[in-house]
Design a protein. Structure first.
Length: 454
């Protein structure tokens, strides 16, 4: 590429150290598409004849077919995907291949390739997010009557429908879906034609290239276009949040499947055993996903750290953008469908859930609300119920086992109807505010999401 300037061959050590073909080969489809579109602009500018462009397009498609078939040999000494494809094209078709790089640089080539790659992957990720949302909704719908304790600080707090808990993750993944598509909008701008940093004295129709590649707009500053990796950071940030949400869901699944909770049973197809302990059934999908989240978060930090000290415009440091991007995309794309498949095989254990939600202390807040409805300020009501709980501890009993006299000793606002408040069914039916887990609300939310994701 640069033999006109240099008198010595590049060190083999440097070639090995600086090559990127070992990982950027996967941009081949996008590099071929960019080259074919670029050749259209070269022909329009009179820099290629129609015959030369036809040779270029046919040659690139032939190379693409060989890569698809696994018969193409990438060469480390050619450094990257751009030069591997261009060099092979030139070897096959001669001088016309040497004209292809006119008015472009590897700087704007890779900026284009990465945008094209992430545009495709954003679509795939958006679809995978919809898949896990559907799996969560289906799991909730299969167990619409199951109530479990909701937790704060991992302590039993208030009763909720199992489906309501799952729907919380549906909301999370919906925000993730929006973030991915939002990032796709900003990445969908065509940078080719920006050259190394200052465009070219050879005027090409950049809007033609954009149309060929399905971009609605072209970049407006050549220096920004070749140095911008904001779009990659945005995708990595969105992927990190998806991974964090998967990790939180993993933690719930792991707890629910434990012998201590026994809320759910995971299908044998998505669990593993122990090489030593024959009784074990381990939630490996959830554990692996929780573990892989660290890598995805680390990839975001790695790219931000790479970019933070770079001056304008392109610097070779930016070669380090691809491996974090590829790894995070691969990791999350693998995690979403396998997690969705695991959810499809989960069943809730009604008896264990009912036993857990039978804990009367889950209804302590309902008792405070009972007093509020009788004119007691909430802070005072909170204190009264706290004393009732303490009294239960002294008497070694539960809230329903206190007598009316016990309650009235704590507050004269208590009436005989206080005991009607101490049922889970009454508690759930009363939670009718928008977003709360009454039976009607949960059923409506399941129906809403089923329709939205149909």
């Amino acid at each position: 590429m640069w033999k006109g300037r240099f008198q010595q061959e590049t060190s083999a050590l440097l070639q090995q150290y600086s090559e990127s073909i070992s990982f950027d080969w996967r941009l081949w489809r996008h590099d071929l598409a960019g080259s074919i579109a670029h050749s259209a602009a070269l022909e329009k500018a009179g820099l290629l004849t129609a015959e030369e462009r036809a040779q270029i397009v046919a040659g690139l498609r032939e190379i693409g077919a060989e890569i698809e078939a696994g018969t193409f040999q990438f060469k480390t000494e050619l450094e990257d995907i751009h030069m591997n494809l261009e060099a092979e094209l030139t070897r096959r078709i001669g001088a016309a291949g040497g004209k292809l790089h006119t008015a472009r640089s590897r700087n704007d080539q890779v900026a284009l390739d990465l945008r094209l790659y992430l545009r495709d992957e954003a679509d795939a990720l958006a679809a995978a997010l919809r898949g896990i949302q559907r799996a969560l909704i289906a799991l909730g719908a299969r167990h619409a009557d199951i109530i479990i304790p909701g937790y704060t600080h991992l302590q039993r707090a208030q009763p909720v429908y199992f489906a309501h808990h799952l729907l919380a993750y549906v909301e999370m993944f919906d925000r993730d879906h929006g973030r991915i598509l939002d990032a796709r909008t900003r990445m969908n701008v065509m940078p080719l034609g920006s050259g190394a940093l200052a465009g070219s004295t050879i005027l090409l129709d950049r809007e033609l290239i954009a149309r060929e590649l399905g971009f609605p707009a072209v970049t407006q500053n050549s220096m920004d276009a070749v140095s911008d990796r904001d779009f990659a950071v945005e995708v990595l940030a969105a992927l990190a949040l998806i991974a964090v949400h998967l990790s939180r869901l993993s933690e719930d699944v792991i707890l629910w499947a434990s012998s201590e909770f026994k809320f759910i049973t995971i299908s044998d197809a998505f669990t593993t055993g122990s090489s030593l302990m024959p009784q074990k059934k381990n939630p490996d999908v959830a554990e692996l996903t929780r573990g892989k989240t660290g890598r995805v978060v680390g990839n975001l930090v790695a790219l931000l750290t790479t970019l933070k000290g770079l001056p304008m415009t392109y610097n070779r440091d930016m070669q380090e953008d691809k491996e974090p991007v590829f790894d995070s995309v691969d990791t999350v794309k693998a995690a979403l469908p396998v997690f969705a498949a695991m959810l499809d095989g989960i069943s809730a254990n009604a008896a264990s859930c009912a036993a857990a939600v039978a804990d009367p202390m889950l209804l302590a807040t309902d008792l405070a609300d009972y007093l509020v409805n009788r004119g007691i300020p909430f802070r005072q009501a909170h204190e009264v119920i706290g004393k009732a709980v303490a009294l239960c501890g002294q008497k070694n009993c539960e809230l329903p086992q206190l007598t009316l006299a016990d309650y009235q000793t704590l507050s004269s606002a208590f009436g005989a109807d206080v005991f009607q408040m101490l049922t889970v069914e009454k508690s759930m039916a009363a939670r009718q505010a928008i977003g709360a887990p009454s039976p009607q609300n949960v059923a409506a939310q399941l129906a809403r999401w089923q329709t939205a994701l149909a």
